[in-house]
Design a protein around this ligand. Structure first.
Ligand code: HEM
Length: 413
């Protein structure tokens, strides 16, 4: 943002404002120590109801409090996903489906996809998800120490993602490397650097979709078969859109689950009372999953672009403005969740968090993510109930979309 766009201060040192909002310069994209981003986001939420952040070219208006963020997710008619991330408004050049669609077009595609992510469909995956989880844990257990983030937390969701697409889990050996390479370049805002891995991924999906055209399965049970046979407004879904959907699920589902697992296990490794409570009483796990998602939100924001001038509780918005829907700030808002910093495994109403967003773009994979987190917490603690982070370890987190860069864990063998 240039200063000419911002109403200047009246006196030296006074706060800048932009259309009546205090201006902040907080950069949420840098790597920090663990929990460094919440230490920036929480105080910003308390500065004023709405802020204008000028750290990107376009700047963005920040909604930060629980009620505002929840309501913001419902403004989907005039605030669209033409900007998906307030921090990287240009990232919308990389096509994603269904995210990039809005209105009826979005509803029609979601209707087709939802059935494969609904609770009943996810329940059908539970046995396979549990077996694969046990296999991976048993493989790692004799090692006595691992980097949990790199060796388990990303591998597990990758395997389930491949299974969801009806692809061999063993392809995870090479697929994981391509997806990591592509995702990291995308997050760094340099997708061109990963053209080779993106091409490998897209060729792989292309082949999988073609295989399914030749050998269709039951379209009620197999997502790719359903996508190749579905009609939207009497038209088949183009091959390119189907492969883009596969790519989107990969980008949306793997890093997020890895990240959630990292924060959960960092907490449990350092809070023996919570770890033992879960080990002794696994019925605590489903609510604990919600509480962890609430306390440690990793998708800290969703972006939107304003399509028509309007007003939101006194905040004047113009066409083209970028809005920040502050998921992390909402989840940690003391107005909604008392003592928001504290993990309370049995917190009442923990599942009212906004970690999965809200409104029509609410996370497609949320039931799958919940299943994955639940299964890992249950199966891990049955086999490795006691573990710790080695002394002297410094834990770091990536900015933008949070994840721990590494989480060394050790246990007795
Ligand atoms: C802990 C794990 C996860 C978290 C915290 C998470 C979070 C979110 C959030 C906040 C949104 C809304 C974005 C917006 O409104 O702009 C979203 C959307 C989405 N998520 Fe997730 N997600 C997770 C796991 C998954 C998984 C496992 C999948 C699929 C395999 C997935 C697929 C999607 C898709 C496709 C969308 C876009 C939905 C749409 O635009 O209609 N997510 N997710």
């Amino acid at each position: 943002m240039t200063e000419t766009q911002t109403e200047a201060t009246s006196a030296e040192g006074a706060e800048l404002t932009h259309r009546g909002c205090p201006v902040v310069h907080t950069d949420y994209t840098q790597e920090t120590e663990i929990f460094g981003h919440y230490a920036l986001l929480d105080p910003d939420r308390e500065k004023a109801r709405f802020l204008f952040n000028d750290t990107t070219d376009r700047g963005f208006f920040m909604l930060q409090r629980y009620d505002d963020v929840r309501e913001g997710f419902q403004q989907h008619v005039t605030w669209t996903t033409d900007v998906r991330s307030a921090l990287r408004p240009g990232s919308s050049n990389e096509r994603l489906l269904p995210q990039d669609l809005n209105g009826q077009e979005h509803v029609k595609l979601r209707r087709i996809l939802n059935q494969f992510f609904a609770p009943a469909a996810v329940r059908r995956m539970e046995q396979m998800a549990t077996e694969r989880c046990i296999e991976l844990i048993e493989e790692l257990k004799p090692e006595g120490s691992i980097d949990f983030v790199a060796e388990f937390a990303i591998r597990y969701p990758t395997d389930l993602f491949l299974a969801l697409l009806g692809l061999p889990v063993s392809d995870g050996d090479f697929f994981l490397e391509w997806s990591e390479d592509y995702f990291n370049a995308l997050l760094a805002g340099r997708p061109a650097e990963a053209t080779e891995s993106k091409k490998k991924i897209m060729d792989y999906f292309d082949q999988a979709v073609n295989d399914r055209r030749e050998n269709p399965l039951d379209p009620d049970l197999d997502m790719v078969t359903r996508l190749v046979t579905a009609r939207i407004d009497d038209q088949p879904i183009p091959q390119e859109d189907i492969t883009t959907i596969c790519l989107t699920l990969m980008l949306a589902g793997l890093d997020t689950t890895r990240s959630a697992l990292g924060y959960i296990f960092a907490h449990l490794a350092t809070h023996p009372e919570d770890r033992r409570a879960i080990t002794e009483d696994p019925s605590l796990v489903p609510n604990a999953v919600e509480e962890f998602l609430r306390t440690f939100p990793l998708v800290i924001q969703a972006g939107r672009e304003v399509q028509e001038p309007g007003e939101f509780h006194g905040l004047e918005l113009e066409k083209g403005d970028v809005v920040w829907l502050g998921v992390a700030q909402a989840n940690r808002d003391p107005r909604k969740f008392p003592e928001p910093d504290e993990v309370k495994l049995d917190r009442a109403g923990a599942n009212q968090h906004l970690a999965f967003g809200g409104g029509p773009h609410r996370c497609l994979g949320m039931h799958l993510a919940r299943l994955e987190l639940k299964v890992v917490m249950e199966e891990w603690h049955k086999r490795i109930p006691e573990y710790q982070i080695p002394d002297g370890t410094e834990l770091r987190e990536r900015g933008g979309q949070l994840t721990m860069t590494s989480l060394p864990l050790e246990w007795d063998v």
